[in-house]
Design a binder for this molecule. Structure first.
Ligand SMILES: [Zn+2]
Length: 56
């Protein structure tokens, strides 16, 4: 997996439209790539913010 693929998967991750196999591939990439790992953390924050705003 390259960084471009990883970013696309991060977007799908927010929408909860991700296969568990793909997700484990993503996790492997995140372990070896600091840039995508940081993006993942940012996406997680966005994801939480979206979920919180839906609950209001
Ligand atoms: Zn990467």
């Amino acid at each position: 997996m390259n960084c471009k693929d990883a970013e696309l998967i991060l977007v799908d991750l927010i929408k909860d439209e991700i296969d568990s196999t793909i997700k484990s591939d993503l996790m492997l990439h995140l372990e070896s790539c600091a840039i995508c790992s940081k993006k993942y953390q940012e996406y997680q924050k966005i994801n939480k913010a979206i979920k919180n705003s839906l609950m209001l």
